[in-house]
Design a protein around this ligand. Structure first.
Ligand code: SF4
Length: 332
């Protein structure tokens, strides 16, 4: 690969050749069992104020990539730079100081909120853990955060079980915003919500991005949501990025056969319009034993002999002011 797909401006987040391989915890088994190559050489960047979505089937490595960026799980190798500073070489204390810039919104808002804390205490928790906010400053900040995410200030006294799913996700967003982060990892933030509530939360995320210049690394499998919120989209398959493009290019003119198959599975709003479905053969192969060459060759309708032998590099196919289109395929 010649370079990490980027917008061309100085990136806020720069991820290079990131790997996360899971080894068997028992040493005597490690030698015999191959590691699970959940993420295997992933490179991308996110600009300030940009939303880059990571999409792909369950098990493609998108959540592992996002958690590795945050060091919620330790990457095996690679580089993760925030504002030019390498995060993977920081010790625990140094990393802690950077956590205020990097926050996460989880998929299941209920599971991510302590049931024993009031909503106000949950949102104030990062303020207690980082920096020296007085009680009065914390109270004022929490009230402000509640107003920013569309919650009434008096809701601070309630407990998580007293909120609806959408309100709980607003709480999760308020907590993520508390320290004024630069980048928020959104790990399937609306997939547990009703469709009507999903739109409200996605719109809220967009409004907050505009107001605060936030960057989002948005992990999702729902392509309708991805189309709505993304500036650029990176498609992952079995631990590799196979295509990156700006949102409009990807949805109108995808090049990688796997991206085409993902898009062909999205229902069209007009039932009179028919789209050719591309049915993938077989299941996603095991990341402990990925196919050689192009990892997609066992399911690709266009596969050629070369695809079984040589891994296609992610290379730039077209240029525009949104980073262009990058594809890993011998034929496209
Ligand atoms: Fe299909 Fe070959 Fe392209 Fe892989 S490299 S996506 S197998 S055509």
């Amino acid at each position: 690969m010649s370079a990490a797909p980027s917008l061309g401006t100085t990136p806020l987040l720069e991820v290079s050749n990131l790997r996360k391989h899971f080894f068997s915890p028992q040493r005597w088994l490690s030698a015999a069992k191959p590691p699970i190559q959940a993420v295997d050489g992933v490179s991308f960047s996110v600009a300030r104020g940009e939303t880059l979505s990571l999409v792909g089937e369950s098990g493609c490595g998108k959540t592992t990539t996002a958690k590795s960026v945050l060091r919620l799980i330790e990457p095996t190798s690679g580089s993760v730079k925030l504002d030019g500073e390498e995060l993977l070489s920081l010790d625990a204390a140094q990393m802690r100081a950077h956590r205020r810039h990097l926050q996460i919104i989880f998929q299941d808002p209920y599971a991510s909120l302590s049931p024993r804390l009031s909503a106000g205490e949950i949102v104030a928790e990062p303020l207690r853990n980082f920096g020296d906010w007085s009680a009065a400053q914390r109270h004022e900040r929490v009230q402000w955060l509640f107003s920013k995410v569309g919650l009434r200030p008096d809701a601070a006294k309630k407990y998580p079980h007293e909120f609806s799913g959408g309100q709980r996700q607003r709480l999760g967003i308020a907590r993520a915003l508390a320290l004024g982060p630069k980048l928020i990892v959104c790990d399937e933030p609306v997939s547990a919500l009703d469709v009507s509530v999903q739109a409200q939360v996605v719109n809220l995320l967009q409004d907050l991005q505009t107001e605060f210049g936030l960057a989002y690394l948005f992990v999702a499998h729902d392509l309708a949501v991805v189309r709505h919120i993304s500036h650029r989209v990176a498609v992952m398959y079995l631990g590799h990025i196979v295509e990156v493009a700006d949102r409009d290019t990807l949805f109108k003119a995808a090049l990688h056969p796997y991206t085409e198959s993902l898009l062909a599975a999205v229902p069209l709003p007009d039932p009179r319009i028919r789209r050719e479905r591309i049915l993938l053969q077989g299941d996603l192969p095991s990341p402990a034993n990925p196919p050689p060459g192009c990892r997609f060759h066992t399911r690709c309708p266009l596969a050629q002999p070369v695809c079984k032998e040589q891994r296609p590099a992610l290379t730039q196919r077209s240029v525009n002011n949104q980073g262009g289109q990058w594809v890993a395929c011998h034929l496209r």
